[in-house]
Design a protein around this ligand. Structure first.
Ligand SMILES: NC(=O)c1ccc[n+]([C@@H]2O[C@H](COP(=O)([O-])OP(=O)(O)OC[C@H]3O[C@@H](n4cnc5c(N)ncnc54)[C@H](OP(=O)(O)O)[C@@H]3O)[C@@H](O)[C@H]2O)c1
Length: 316
């Protein structure tokens, strides 16, 4: 099958089109004929070798953790899915090698859900990784509740676009950071207050609007953005990052819960997200499509960190 893979870690030139074996589904797996693969920052982080100490891996390594497509066949123990079903999945496996920048992937059914009927398969491919990340950060770690306030950094990004909508569905008040060109976009997702981080100091804006701080800060940017965000969390609140582990010591000093979330596949939560999309309470993020063979250019664009929503690779 056609796949975009690397044989060693490095820059954009390491990602090449290869002809690799079509996977065979194990008894708890579903073989997906991929129509679309979502591009995530983790893909270029893996390509560069930044995560090689953290995640077991093997070459040739097919990049990509987000897929949508059609079930081709199922393993012996699978009852819930059948050939022809439209599905989507966050496809991370125990070892990084068989990703979804390819024509096929075999995925454990615990990572999978039927794709939402109301959106295209291209849009579906932008949901699983970012959606599960936002869900696990805001609700499992942040314990965000109705009536609370949250500051979501980078609201126009893949994760931010879904985090804003999930927080609103849960009845929270949402502050988000975005540049002027994304103002209307994040507003359309439901953000209550938009801070143009390129023109305004987000710390001053929040301190003025919420003198006691917000209940949850969602850090999707890291470094100084995270450092400056500690001061904005209400005592007893939470600072959750998906980029850099925040200082536990500083969290204790301030009386706030701090932590780093690394998203895990979760079919039950993906189903909850699917239900919200099917009920039109959550809509897909903005998508821009490119061809699978342009994966290297797509990663370079993603690496520049100003894509609105997601880039989606068209596979078939
Ligand atoms: N730990 C995990 O499990 C996990 C899971 C998913 C993602 N992540 C990480 O989380 C980060 C975000 O992921 P993503 O997929 O959402 O990224 P993304 O879609 O590539 O983010 C791009 C967006 O970030 C905005 N942005 C860039 N710099 C900003 C800043 N200083 N302040 C506010 N907004 C800014 C841009 O908006 P403007 O153009 O308006 O600036 C753009 O829309 C990445 O580092 C990724 O690796 C971690």
């Amino acid at each position: 099958m056609k796949a975009m893979a690397i044989e060693e870690f490095g820059g954009a030139d390491k990602l090449k089109e290869m002809d690799l074996p079509k996977p065979v589904p194990q008894e708890n797996e579903v073989l997906i004929k991929i129509t679309h693969a979502g591009v995530n920052p983790v893909d270029w982080k893996i390509r560069e070798g930044y995560l090689q100490e953290m995640l077991p891996h093997a070459f040739p390594l097919i990049l990509g953790w987000d897929a949508s497509g059609v079930v081709e066949s199922v393993g012996a123990n699978i009852e819930k899915y059948k050939a022809g079903d439209n599905v989507y999945a966050y496809c991370r496996k125990a070892s990084v090698q068989h990703g979804c920048y390819a024509e096929y992937i075999a995925v454990d059914e615990e990572a999978l859900a039927l794709a939402p009927g109301k959106i295209s398969l291209a849009e579906a491919a932008g949901i699983p990784l970012a959606g599960l990340t936002a869900w696990q950060s805001l609700f499992d770690f942040g314990e965000l509740k109705e009536g609370q306030t949250v500051l979501i950094h980078a609201g126009a990004g893949g994760v931010g676009s879904l985090a804003i909508q999930f927080a609103k569905v849960h009845g929270a008040k949402v502050y988000t950071t975005a540049s002027a060109k994304n103002r209307e976009y994040v507003e359309s997702l439901g953000a209550d207050h938009i801070i143009d981080y390129t023109q305004e100091n987000f710390v001053e804006v929040i301190q003025k609007a919420e003198p006691n701080g917000v209940d949850v800060v969602y850090d999707t940017v890291g470094s100084t953005t995270q450092e400056e965000s500690f001061a904005l969390v209400k005592k007893g609140g939470a600072l959750v990052s998906i980029v850099d582990p925040p200082s536990e010591e500083k969290g204790q000093e301030l009386g706030i819960k701090v932590g780093f979330v690394f998203v895990t596949p979760n079919a039950k939560q993906l189903q909850e997200i699917t239900d919200l999309i099917n009920k039109e309470k959550v809509r897909p993020v903005s998508v821009q499509t490119m061809n699978l063979s342009e994966a290297s250019q797509a990663l370079t664009l993603n690496q520049e960190r100003h894509v609105r929503g997601k880039i989606i690779l068209e596979v078939s």
